[in-house]
Ligand binder design. Sequence first.
Ligand code: DX5
Ligand code: ZN
Length: 231
Amino acid sequence: MFDRSIKIAPSILSADFANFGKEIEAIEAQGCDWVHVDVMDGHFVPNLTFGPPLVKAIKKHVKTFMDVHLMIAPVDPYIEAFAEAGADLIAAHVEAGPHIHRTLQAIRAQGVKSGVVLNPGTPLESIEHVMDMVDLVLLMTVNPGFGGQKFIHSGVEKTRRLRQMIGDRPIHIEIDGGITPETAPLVAEAGADVLVAGSAVFKGGSVDNPGVYGENIRAIREAAEGARQAA
Ligand code: DX5
Ligand code: ZN
């Protein structure tokens, strides 16, 4: 069921890589809504993370919704493997190749939800003609590749314009990069509903001290919901 309530999606890029199962169980027990999985290839972005076998292994621990953000080029040869690994949604970058339309068709053909991602410098016009093929648009508010970077403020106005472009269509707006209790209200007020946060969720906590994850998630959620109510 589609809704525009605020959803917090911790990025496991900031989790303990040797302990993904327990980390996912901890963030879910502490109230996150989705689990955001960053796949990087050392080519489209200057960092490497993991591939389908690891995503499949962690899926066993995800009870909520597994949101897979592909920062890889080419994308198409790997879509089936990530769908089989259990992705609930697969998001691909418009900059990752010349055929985003074909990529989105291929994602939907796997029976999973589809998302399109835009880097901070990529205009909204680049997705105008694929809006009816997506369940989610992800706007990057950092240049992809690493956690812990500074929020790029032009993403706020971009979110507002995207919200207008979407109108009544059931399409989520997800924001990724530099989300904290300070920046979350800016994009929530502008129309975002899914907020990815890596460092701001995992900082200060651990699987042995998961209450900190809960406090961090609540701080982001309350700031975002507060901005919505004030708007
Ligand atoms: C960046 C990734 C993000 C990243 C966010 O390329 O797509 O999901 O983990 O990290 P923070 O929240 O620390 O900016
Ligand atoms: Zn991401």
